[in-house]
Design a binder for this molecule. Structure first.
Ligand SMILES: C[S@@+](CC[C@H](N)C(=O)[O-])C[C@H]1O[C@@H](n2cnc3c(N)ncnc32)[C@H](O)[C@@H]1O
Length: 260
C-alpha cells in the first residue's frame, strides 16, 4: 500500500508552524532527490545563485533550509564557503548522506530558524532560504521573526536570498509546475490539493503510486516583500524564474533579495 501523508485541517492551521519536521517524514525525504532531480535542477538554475553571490562579494554562505543539500553542494563546488542547516532531522540526515557521498565537506546543522544563533555559527555574507521553505510558516509575526533571525546571521550589508512559489498566480487559478527549474524529477507529478488564502496543499504523486502532501501558507510576493522590510531588510528587487523583468502571472518561482 503506497504511503499517503495527510494532515487534518486543524493540524494544518497555525500550529503547522512547527509541523514542517513531521511533514518531512522519512519515506517522503527518501524520495526528495527523485522529486527535485539534482542534475536537471542544476541545469535549470545555471549559475544564477553563484553569480548573484559573487556580485554581492558574498563568500561565506549559510543555507538555512538546506533540505537534502542541493544548494550547499552546488555552491561548495562553485568555491563558496558554505554552512548548511535545516530544522528537519530527516532532511539533515539526507543532506549529510548526500554530501558525504559526494565527498563534500560542508557542515550540516540541525536548527529550527528560531534557534539560529550567530554566537554558535558565526555571521555570514549571505543567507539562503530556498525551495519555497519560508511558506512553511503560517503566522505573519512568526515569519517576520524568522526573517529577523536570518538578518542577525548576516554581517552588516549582507544579502538574504529567499524564494517562493508564485502564489499570486496560484491563487488566481494559474498553477503551473513547469518542472524546468525546481521540481524537475520525471517520476513525480505535482498538483494542487486544498487551496484558499490561508493554505495551499501540494500533492506529489510518484509513478509507483506513492503519494505525499505538503501544506504551506500561500504568501503573495508583495506580502513577502513587505515582511522583509518589516524585518529590517532593504529590498532592491526580485527575480521571476531567474529573470529581473518578468510577468508575475506567468512565472513559477520568485526569488527576493534583502540587504541587511
Ligand atoms: C521545500 S523544502 C526545500 C529544501 C531545499 N531548500 C530545496 O530547495 O530542495 C523546505 C525545507 O525547509 C525546512 N524548514 C521549514 N521550516 C523550517 C524551520 N522553521 N526551521 C528550519 N527549517 C525549516 C524543511 O525542513 C525543509 O527541509
Amino acid at each position: 500500500m503506497p504511503p499517503v501523508i495527510a494532515l487534518s485541517p486543524v493540524e494544518a492551521s497555525s500550529s503547522a508552524d512547527h509541523d514542517y519536521a513531521r511533514q518531512y517524514a522519512e519515506d517522503f525525504v527518501a524520495r526528495w532527490d527523485e522529486l527535485i532531480d539534482w542534475e536537471k535542477r542544476a541545469a535549470g538554475e545555471g549559475a544564477f545563485f553563484s553569480d548573484l553571490l559573487r556580485q554581492a562579494r558574498a563568500w561565506r554562505v549559510l543555507d538555512v533550509a538546506t533540505g537534502s543539500g542541493f544548494h550547499a553542494a552546488q555552491l561548495h563546488k562553485a568555491g563558496f564557503d558554505v554552512t548548511a542547516s535545516d530544522g528537519s532531522p530527516t532532511m539533515v540526515d539526507r543532506a549529510r548522506c548526500n554530501l558525504d557521498r559526494l565527498g563534500i565537506g560542508v557542515p550540516v546543522h540541525c536548527h529550527d530558524w528560531q534557534a539560529l544563533d550567530p554566537r554558535v555559527l558565526g555571521t555570514f555574507d549571505a543567507v539562503l532560504c530556498l525551495g519555497s521553505s519560508l511558506c512553511h510558516v503560517f503566522d505573519r509575526q512568526a515569519r517576520i521573526a524568522a526573517l529577523e533571525r536570518f538578518r542577525r546571521m548576516l554581517k552588516p550589508g549582507g544579502l538574504l536570498l529567499v524564494d517562493q512559489r508564485n502564489f499570486e498566480a496560484i491563487l488566481a487559478g494559474r498553477f503551473s509546475s513547469s518542472g524546468r527549474y525546481y521540481y524537475c524529477g520525471k517520476t513525480a507529478r505535482v498538483t494542487l490539493g486544498e487551496l484558499d488564502e490561508s493554505r495551499c496543499e501540494f500533492v506529489y504523486d510518484f509513478a509507483d503510486g506513492a503519494q505525499y502532501r505538503l501544506r504551506v501558507f500561500p504568501i503573495r510576493p508583495r506580502q513577502l516583500q513587505e515582511e522583509l522590510r518589516e524585518a529590517g531588510f532593504h529590498t532592491p528587487g526580485s527575480f521571476g524564474d531567474f529573470k529581473p523583468v518578468y510577468d508575475v502571472m506567468s512565472v513559477d518561482f520568485i526569488v527576493h533579495q534583502g540587504h541587511a
